[in-house]
Write a protein of this length. Structure first.
Length: 421
């Protein structure tokens, strides 16, 4: 707890997003910044005399790609500050413990690092089967008791444990009614990703690491938060892994989704084997926004192909359509500048090799939405495809691949190949 100094709290406040929504305290970043030093001194004093009280999170729902609603908890500003500060302290402890195949919400690791590791593992190792494991409502069902027991294995200061317990038990506020939280971690809270990694480190990572040491074939592991993909050489081991994983998770109040957890044939021989049996193309699986496909290149050799998930593409276009409706009467130049930022941001994540067609389709649909929006501004406005194409040439980037091949970037980030990495 002594690492939670006034300077760390001040840095944590500076790291928070300025435009984030306010919690139930209705205090924004700008409000708190008006008396920044006095507020942080008071917060620091309350932390050390145990007068700090965690506030309930404000419940808000955001749409998921499949049409359902994802519940998020928006914490009060001071809770965000303390969680961000304590997260920095705990990261210094747990980064020494976390394993190499865990990528989610860790310093210096991104979603593309996880995607590269998976692609290189499938390409270089003898992977013939994939386990696409989906945990059922992990953030809603994780056990508070088990989480605190896991934290106690490395953290001895009872004041830190008391803070984590306060955040877990703070509850949520929805429509003016406060609901207690007896299980799960507050999804959307600053501290939740770290707590999830701690939980899954002990429940899954250490167990899976031991499991694969006793496997007869190759086993590759990639985990990003609660998204898990495991590659196997042998079908029997893949099925045995799922059976034993289901039993392992049940011991810690978790479960696998019965419909979304699959064992599928994948890899360099999947196309040939299924064609010989008349089973059609190999099944695909989704990971971090991309559909992974066992395909072939123009020379007929195996190639892992990645394409943007259709539901993610449709969701992005739906948001653009809604925003264009609000910006309909803005000058065309302002709309163009805004759309250019949106398209560049989309390309920055999705412009991976083998995904060019999805990028081109996204830009085409954005152009169509923009053309329709301009036509609705006036009965006399008839924006043709030729005109919108000329306008877009000034504002929207053309589709092009921005990311290198996974093997190239992985070799740069990991210059010495290590089988356990």
């Amino acid at each position: 707890m002594h690492h939670l100094t006034l300077e760390v709290l001040d840095a944590a406040f500076g790291w928070l997003k300025r435009t984030a929504a306010a919690g139930i305290d209705n205090v924004t970043w700008q409000d708190y910044a008006q008396h920044r030093e006095a507020n942080l001194v008071d917060l620091h004093a309350r932390l050390y005399r145990r007068a700090y009280r965690a506030m309930p999170s404000r419940r808000q729902y955001i749409p998921k790609p499949d049409g359902r609603q994802r519940p998020l908890g928006i914490a009060a500003l001071e809770d965000k500050i303390v969680q961000r500060a304590l997260g920095e302290v705990l990261n210094a402890v747990y980064e020494q413990d976390f394993l190499g195949f865990s990528y989610g919400f860790r310093p210096g690791r991104s979603q593309h690092d996880a995607l590269d590791a998976l692609a290189v593992g499938i390409d270089r190792m003898k992977v013939n089967w994939i386990v696409d494991a989906d945990m059922a409502r992990f953030f809603d069902t994780a056990s508070h008791e088990w989480l605190l027991r896991f934290v106690e294995l490395r953290i001895g200061d009872p004041r830190v444990l008391r803070l984590i317990r306060k955040w877990l038990k703070a509850g949520v506020m929805e429509d003016g009614v406060q609901w207690p939280t007896e299980e799960g971690t507050p999804q959307g809270a600053v501290i939740s990703p770290l707590l999830a990694n701690i939980y899954l480190h002990y429940v899954f990572d250490l167990w899976a690491q031991r499991w694969r040491r006793h496997a007869t074939g190759r086993v590759i592991l990639v985990r990003y938060a609660d998204d898990i993909v495991v590659g196997f050489s042998h079908e029997a081991e893949a099925k045995r892994f799922v059976t034993e994983l289901r039993a392992r998770l049940a011991q810690f109040a978790l479960s696998l989704h019965p419909d979304k957890t699959r064992v599928l044939e994948f890899g360099r021989f999947a196309v040939r084997n299924r064609a010989m049996l008349g089973l059609g193309k190999p099944e695909t699986f989704d990971f971090l926004g991309f559909r992974h496909i066992a395909g072939v290149d123009r020379h007929g050799y195996f190639q892992l192909q990645r394409k943007t998930r259709r539901d993610r593409l449709r969701m992005a276009l739906r948001k653009i359509k809604e925003s264009l409706l609000r910006r309909r009467h803005d000058p065309v130049s302002e709309q163009g500048r805004w759309l250019g930022r949106v398209v560049r941001g989309y390309f920055a994540y999705h412009a991976v090799p083998t995904n060019f067609r999805s990028l081109a389709a996204f830009r085409h649909y954005v152009l169509d939405l923009w053309r329709r929006s301009l036509n609705r501004r006036s009965h006399r406005d008839r924006t043709t495809w030729d005109r919108i194409s000329r306008i877009a040439a000034d504002w929207l980037p053309s589709p092009r691949i921005l990311h290198p091949w996974p093997t190239v970037r992985f070799a740069v980030n990991h210059p010495r190949w290590e089988p356990g990495a």
